[in-house]
Design a protein around this ligand. Structure first.
Ligand code: IMP
Ligand code: MG
Length: 183
């Protein structure tokens, strides 16, 4: 796997330090609330498992799975719900935990869907933000890192289901996905 990485963008140490800070911030902000963390399978799971151990409040976890069509390095915003939440979020404080926001198309679909279930509040926590690529405007309440327009893998993020278990975030060598339609 390592030979496919062009450059390490965020080291394991940098990620762990930032996740800890985010956990502390969330713990402060949600004290006394009924916090439900909603994670989007599969990429967000690695971040989620570290994040919850940095949160000092009682929390609930729930999962959604969505699938987006199109080439694997690009999202077209055509999203299908594959797995729904197990529990009701009505009147509860929901924080969506994402690995990365790119165009924002995937998350905007998800937020509209969750909003319709009338949570008390609905927030977004993303580890990575490729804000230069944003098409749909949205408020990101908690953000790990802003990253440039590069395709990254590791720490949950994949290319063709590979590289999720790398402990750092690296830029994938372009020749790995060459031939695909990448912007
Ligand atoms: P969006 O709908 O364009 O915001 O796409 C978000 C989704 O695209 C993420 O949840 C990832 O699954 C995928 N994605 C976007 N950029 C990257 C990347 O650099 N590496 C791996 N997956 C990415
Ligand atoms: Mg994802």
């Amino acid at each position: 796997m390592l030979e496919d990485i062009q450059e390490i963008l965020l080291t394991e140490k940098q990620i762990q330090a930032r996740v800890k800070e985010l956990g502390e911030e969330i713990s402060r902000d949600y004290t006394g609330k009924d916090l439900v963390l909603v994670s989007v399978l599969r990429g967000g799971v690695v971040f989620l498992t570290d994040l919850i151990r940095a949160i000092t409040l009682p929390i609930s976890l729930d999962f959604m799975a969505i699938s987006s069509y199109g080439p694997s390095t690009e999202s077209l915003g055509v999203v299908r719900l594959i797995k729904d939440l197990e529990e009701s979020i009505n009147g509860r404080d929901v924080l969506v935990v994402e690995d990365i926001i790119d165009t924002g198309l995937t998350l905007s679909y998800l937020m509209r869907n969750l909003e319709s279930r009338k949570p008390a509040s609905l927030g977004i926590c993303t580890l990575l933000d490729k804000s230069v690529r944003r098409i749909v405007d949205m408020t990101v309440h908690y953000k790990g890192f802003d990253i440039p327009d590069v395709f990254v893998v590791g720490y949950g993020l994949d290319y063709g289901q590979k590289y999720r278990n790398l402990p750092f975030i690296g830029i994938l060598k372009p020749e790995i996905y060459l031939g695909e339609n990448v912007s």
